[in-house]
Structure formats: C-alpha cells, structure tokens
Design a protein. Structure first.
Length: 156
C-alpha cells in the first residue's frame, strides 16, 4: 500500500511539474492591435462655409494690402491662410458641389496659387507674386467659383 501511495505522490508531482513547465513554454498572449475607427467626416454646413468665405475675404484683402506695401512675410501669411482654406472648402456639406470637377479644380488652383504667392512674397519676388495673385483672383471671381457657387445675396 505504501508503494501505491508513493507512486501516486510521485505521479502527481510529475504531472504538476509538467503542467508548470508547459505553462512556462507558452508564449505570452499578444494583445491584438486596437482597430482604429475611421475619422468621422466633418462637413462644413452653410454657416461654417459663410464664415470661411468671410475669413478668405479678409485674408485676400490682407494679401493685397501687404503686397502693395511689399510686406512679404505678412502677405505670405495671408496667402498661407487662403491655401489652408482651399482644403477646408473641399469639406462643404453639399455633395453635388464638393464632388463637382470645377469646384475641385478651383479649390486646387486657389491652393496652388496661394502657395506660389507665399513662396514668391517670402523671397520678395513681387513679379511672380503678382502673377500668382492674378490667378487667385481668376479662380475665385465671378467668372470662376463665385460666379457659379456663391449663393444669391438677399435683396437683389
């Protein structure tokens, strides 16, 4: 009987040791990477777009004033703000507008010309800055984006 008890004790220790050894060999569980939620699209409603357009108007006036005064850094700062606004314009909530080819083209042209103006103004290259300024005006004026997409003003 003693033999049997000793055998059982040895066997249980062996199995316990195997269990501990097996657990030690297991690789630690790797945490699954967290799935990033896609960013929620933030669309500009009409009021936000109107506010953006007012800011563009202010920056356009600053650009022209500082260009006339040959204040390169300040003119470039206004142009940089216009370039940033061009990206925001692509987030307009009206799908038929934001997906229109001409809208995208005018926004891209505004951004490119504003960036070109900024670079030229920082170098005090007023000849190149003037060319870019004229192209900004062309993208935005009544023959461009404003002629097609600007909402009718009340009282007209």
């Amino acid at each position: 009987m003693r033999w049997l008890l000793i055998l059982c004790a040895v066997m249980s220790m062996s199995f316990a040791g195997l269990s501990v050894h097996a657990q030690a060999k297991e690789e630690p569980k790797k945490e699954e990477p967290k799935k990033e939620e896609p960013e929620k699209e933030e669309w500009l409603d009409d009021a936000a777009m109107e506010k953006l357009m007012e800011a563009c108007k202010d920056n356009w006036n600053k650009l022209k004033l500082n260009a006339r005064s040959k204040m390169g850094d300040k003119a470039a700062e206004a142009a940089d703000a216009l370039a940033a606004a061009a990206d925001k314009m692509l987030k307009y909530h009206k799908k038929e507008v934001r997906e229109a080819k001409d809208w995208k083209d005018w926004c891209a042209d505004l951004k490119k010309q504003a960036q070109d103006f900024s670079k030229a103004a920082k170098k005090s290259d007023w000849k190149e800055a003037e060319k870019a300024k004229e192209k900004i005006a062309t993208a935005c004026n009544d023959d461009g984006c404003h002629g097609k997409y600007r909402p009718e003003e009340e009282g007209k």
